[in-house]
Design a protein around this ligand. Sequence first.
Ligand code: AMX
Length: 441
Amino acid sequence: MSTLKELLARKIEAHRPRIRRLRSAHADKKVGEVTVGQVIGGARGLRFLLSDISHLDADEGVRFRAKTIPELLAALPKVPGSDYPYVEGFWHFLLTGEVPTAEDALEVAADWRARSTVPGYVHEVLRALPPDTPPMTLLSTAVLAMQRESVFARKLREGIARDSTWEPMLEDASALLAKLPTIGAAIYRMKLGLEPVDPEPGSELDWGGSCARMMGIAPPYDDACRLHFILHSDQELGNVSAHAVHLVASGLADAYYALSAGLDGLAGPLHGSASEEVLRWLQRLVADLGGEAPTEDAVRDALWATLRRGQVIPGYGHAVLRATDPRYLALRELCLKHLPDDPLFKIVELVFRVAPEVLREHGRAKNPWPNVDAQSGVIHWHYGVRDCSFYPVLFGIGRALGTLASIVWDRALGLPIEWPSSLTTSMLEQLAEESSRGESR
Ligand code: AMX
């Protein structure tokens, strides 16, 4: 057994009594109330999911295992020669809540490297799809195509004890994570007409660095990948992709089915493909300027023109956050270090200065501040990733970390199949009337 798995087994044993006690002694305690607005408003603010992997505060942003992003980046062991941590160490941290040593990170790195080769049939499946198939569809298809490899599904068929299901879930999660950069890079290369490659034999490169290299991009893009994957890993459990993974796995579907579903959820423009929309929006602005230097006034006009067309400003707003996304700020720091003079980054900075005030004046968005996607695409663009439709793939690779860690814990804690109740419109109207009558009495 690896030291990570041993540590995780101990953590799970220590955690199980807490859940058993909550179930047996406190199951009827109230967490909150549900309003009609929440039922028809996307369950916003409804606290009904359990996740110890990450938590999102409206003002402070995400905390991974109780650490803010700056705390996390400071605590995790760094890749030698880099200011950024091993994603492998982050995986250890997400699973166990304990800050790993460099040796712990290297143990995961060696495990993932050993399983990083993607079965040949996956490349054949991808090649069989029409050339205009979007990269996100290719990623989700590749993950689903590998479902036949699932150890979890096989163990279930063989009749594994419920308490032990987290072990094959961890096995599948590790096997999948090991291959995701290889798959992502293969999709990127395929769109450029290049053959897929495996990580270089004998290479000591970490997961993030290896993804950059397989895409054919030199350092410091390695750092951009490391940071990007960590920041996109999770954002509590209610967001579309994380919830989809958790929901599908709650029916005891394996990690391949669950992650593929989560990636499908991530593909929408209000969620994971907003970074792609941001890049398109910036390019349209540059084209409209026809060589003129961008100014605050030009950006303001472009923002208003977008809003007047009834469209959203991509990369701005958030379902939960009510402040600038700290993930945006972490990526901005990387931009200021590595690409301060990039023309698109300069426009992103202009948008940052103008958009909050425009959105406030527009008066619809509850949060006028930028989210992670306002900043991420410009980094990939700078390093030569010109196919914006590929950006959500990079988001998806990162999102796999948090969501797969979550479903390992879901099985460890024996969480049941999810089924919140629905109401009809008439029932809601009746409830609303009864409540109004009660208030006027
Ligand atoms: N530009 C213009 N209008 C916006 C807006 C934006 N960036 N953000 C929200 N609004 C509008 C909504 O469309 C809604 O309009 P309506 O009253 O006509 O229906 C109104 O403001 C209230 O919405 P909200 O409660 O503030 O947001 P929400 O929780 O419904 O949606 C989100 C959140 C992210 C989908 C929304 O802010 C949005 O569409 N942003 C742009 C797309 C984007 O950046 N998505 C990425 C989010 C992060 C991620 O998942 N990667």
